[in-house]
Design a protein around this ligand. Structure first.
Ligand code: ADP
Ligand code: MG
Length: 615
């Protein structure tokens, strides 16, 4: 048989390599920014259009390239950063593979302008899909500008695979922030679709972090510092009371390169042990400088993992340094472990008369009628029944739920109806009992029902938010003075995007500025003291993906707000509150599951009980 092996042409090899290096627009951003940093720039601009799908441009004032280098840099394995294998062990640059530009040029239209300081003229090169289109001398500033247009123009599968603009933009911002945080000595700016998103002047590490994550970050930070033979550690950790619900503010940099490490993360969590509420995530911004020969970065081109020579020692150093800082800055003793939080008055109730939640009850409704729930009762809870068509689709399985409620008739007509008389007195027979501040138990005709109070309340709130949003009739409580709330630029972008949906729940925004918003109205069931937590949790729920359809956006918002605002396990409920909850739950369209599809109640029949006793 004849020989069949051939060497792949360069442009094919480059396109294949691009599959590894360039997964999405954000990968290009990372490579270009890192090249600009390696070129010793002190000013780097990132310009993005349509989340990088139409344009990614990076302009730096670095050393620039000679005409020959300008041409060579697009060749595979063309790098100025290493010359021999040993150089890999003393690497202080970000790049060294010489793959990025060749890969990017294989799958996009690239325009490059570059000039070295000592030259009169620079060069302007255009490449499309690995093919040189033009090369001309040009009058350009010192430094280099790369403009990448029509990314993936020749790989439609990749292009179609890209996520929504919000998601791609989010990835780009992540990469931008990581590089910017590692280099406070460089002035970074970022523009998206013509407007400035970040302007980060040359500063120190602390200021850089604060500028990126908004002014409120400053008070949260505690410095960390430790110098040893194997690592120089510096940076900041967040005070425990500011811990977040998500891991959005956790950063390790090794030799000024952002890395991920589950192992080192564990060391930090160990240092915070006992200081955090369940599931809370501390913020950290930690910079580790290690001798380059003690790490192996010769891994996958885009991976952010790294191998250390002496991981165990690093773990121990990190943990003790963080612990020390937490202690030294008097953070730990503030926490009083003996206090039972259940005994505290929730902040928003302090100095307030206790009041019953309002309920909507149709007094003519007889829950013990044998047939289906009375339509007039429904219409009280859900003022409009002519809802938009997609509203109903949420409630697949509705029939089933309806049947279950219909079957779950309460035991004794006389007692139940009297519960809702205004003249109710202490002596009346109680029909609900709270156990362990967690469940509400109530007898029903067939036996008993046990309701999970938190999940039940989530369901009630969720449906009420969703109703408001779908029929656009949310009621707002106006605030006397607009409430300023501070957010990072990324969060502000999210808020802008969600603004119409949030307003349909009852929020009113007097203004949305680049680093803060002014809230002038709140949904009726949100207290002023709860706003910031509600919005923060909402943003963190949205962080990974904002659903593009407004319908699912509403759903996500309603879910998140219901979760934030629902009474928690461990909250005491008065008899009246218990009853309200039970009745509101069973007035829901889908009472049997929480918005997160967990059961809200279980029933136990008398036979079940009998069986238990017959043993
Ligand atoms: P690597 O960064 O791994 O060396 P790249 O393909 O990213 O590979 O870049 C190839 C070479 O092009 C670099 O080694 C550098 O010499 C040159 N280069 C790339 N970007 C710039 C820039 N912004 N300024 C100056 N030189 C650059
Ligand atoms: Mg590079």
């Amino acid at each position: 048989m004849s020989s069949i092996i051939q060497l792949l042409p360069d442009h094919v090899a480059n396109q294949i390599a691009a599959g590894e290096v360039v997964q999405r627009p954000a990968s290009v951003v990372k490579e270009l920014l890192e090249n600009a940093v390696d070129a010793k720039a002190t000013d780097i601009k990132l310009i993005i259009k349509d989340a990088g799908k139409s344009l990614i441009q990076v302009i730096d004032n670095g050393v620039g390239m000679s005409v020959t280098d300008a041409r060579l840099c697009f060749e595979r394995h063309a790098t100025s950063k290493i010359r021999q294998a040993e150089d890999l062990f003393s690497l202080y640059t970000k790049g060294f593979r010489g793959e990025a530009l060749a890969s990017i040029a294989a799958i996009a239209h690239v325009e490059m302008k570059t000039k070295q300081g000592q030259e009169e003229l620079g060069v302007h090169i255009v490449i499309e899909g690995s093919k040189f289109v033009s090369q001309e001398p040009a009058v350009v500033p010192n430094g280099t500008s790369f403009a990448i247009k029509n990314l993936f123009f020749n790989i439609p599968a990749r292009r179609n695979f890209l996520k929504s603009e919000t998601v791609e933009q989010r990835h780009i911002v992540d990469e931008f922030q990581r590089v910017a945080m590692a280099h406070p000595n460089i002035h970074f700016t970022m523009y998206h679709n013509g407007s400035e998103m970040f302007n980060l002047p040359i500063s120190n590490y602390r200021q850089r972090i604060v500028t990126i994550f908004s002014g409120k970050t400053n008070e949260k930070l505690v410095p960390v510092k430790e110098e040893t033979d194997i690592v120089n550690l510096h940076g900041f950790i967040g005070k425990p009371e500011f811990a977040k619900k998500n891991r959005g503010e956790q950063f390790f940099f090794v030799n000024n390169r952002f890395i991920k490490s589950g192992y080192l993360h564990h060391a930090i969590m160990a240092a915070y042990e006992g200081l955090l509420k369940d599931g809370a995530q501390p913020s950290y911004f930690l910079y580790l400088d290690v001798p380059p020969h003690t790490i192996d970065i010769n891994i996958h081109p885009t991976k952010t993992e790294i191998k250390f020579d002496d991981e165990h020692a690093l773990y121990a150093i990190l943990r003790s340094a963080v612990k020390h800082s937490l202690g030294q800055f008097n953070v730990a003793p503030l926490l009083d472990f003996d206090r039972d939080p259940n005994l505290d008055t929730p902040y928003q109730y302090q100095n307030k008369e206790a009041e019953y939640p309002t309920i909507q009850v149709d007094r003519s409704y007889n829950p013990f009628a044998e047939d289906k729930p009375n339509p007039s009762f429904r219409s009280v809870s859900y003022k409009k029944t002519e809802v938009q068509p997609n509203w109903e689709s949420l409630y697949v399985g509705l029939k089933q739920a309806g049947q279950e409620i219909a079957e779950m008739t309460f035991e004794n007509e006389a007692v139940t109806s009297s519960l809702f008389d205004d003249t109710e007195t202490e002596q009346e027979v109680r029909r609900t009992y709270q156990i362990h501040k967690k469940y509400i138990v109530s007898p029903i005709k067939s036996g008993m029902v046990i309701i999970n109070q938190k999940r039940a309340h989530e369901r009630v709130l969720y449906e009420s938010f969703l109703t408001n949003m779908t029929v656009h009739q949310a009621v707002s409580q106006q605030l006397l003075f607009p409430l300023p709330l501070y957010f990072s630029p990324t969060e502000i972008t999210l808020i802008k995007e969600l603004q119409p949906a949030l307003e349909s729940t009852g929020f009113l925004f007097e203004a949305v500025h680049h680093d803060h918003i002014l809230v002038s109205g709140l949904p009726v069931n949100v207290a002023e003291s709860e706003v910031s937590i509600v919005l923060e949790e909402l943003l963190s729920a949205m962080q990974d993906e904002i659903p593009s359809q407004s319908f699912s956006q509403n759903d996500t918002i309603a879910k998140s707000m219901a979760k934030s605002l629902a009474i928690k396990t461990g909250t005491y409920l008065s008899g009246k509150e218990q009853e309200n909850l039970v009745h509101n739950l069973f007035a829901c369209k889908e009472p049997n599951v929480s918005p997160f599809q967990k059961p809200t109640f279980i029933t136990m029949s008398v036979e079940d009980l009998d069986k238990k006793f017959s043993l």
